[in-house]
Design a protein around this ligand. Structure first.
Ligand code: ADP
Length: 136
């Protein structure tokens, strides 16, 4: 039923991402692809100008490595995407650009059990043009 599934992963809570990958593995068609996405948050230009060296480039490289680790061991085809920007907007835009037919997102960061939906998750649910599965 789903042959391209996008799993956005907040790398500071990678265990939630691993749980979402497991759900994606169950729902994915044979021969389908899971796309694991991390969004490195942009900082304002005046802050970026003060950062030493290419710190955002380093963050992006580290995110690529962490995404590989978070998805290691899966028997399914997994592609990795690291993008920069505001997480919710980038998740919605990437889902459209890559033509996915399902997004699987965690409801909120661990420990905030009273939250119905975190800010990123709720924005993705409101704006995505494809189905969104919220893992609670
Ligand atoms: P909270 O508001 O409690 O921090 P969020 O809505 O931000 O919760 O996070 C819920 C989920 O949104 C995460 O588990 C992840 O799936 C996704 N998400 C949040 N931030 C990012 C990010 N920078 N890159 C990719 N996915 C993210």
């Amino acid at each position: 039923m789903y042959n391209r599934i996008l799993v956005p992963i907040d790398l500071s809570h990678a265990e939630r991402g691993k749980a979402s990958i497991k759900i994606a593995e169950q729902l994915l068609d044979p021969g389908g692809t899971i796309i694991a996405l991390n969004v490195v948050e942009e900082v304002p230009a005046y802050v970026a100008a003060e950062l030493p060296g290419d710190m955002l480039g380093e963050l992006q490289k580290n995110a690529e490595i962490a995404l590989q680790e978070a998805t290691a061991g899966s028997s399914r085809t997994i592609e990795h995407e690291v993008r920069r920007g505001s997480p919710a907007g980038v998740i919605v835009a990437t889902a459209e650009e890559l033509g996915v037919n399902l997004v699987i997102i965690a409801s909120h960061r661990p420990g905030l059990a009273d939250y119905f939906l975190g800010s990123t998750a709720s924005s993705v649910v409101r704006h995505a043009k494809c189905p969104v599965l919220v893992d609670r």
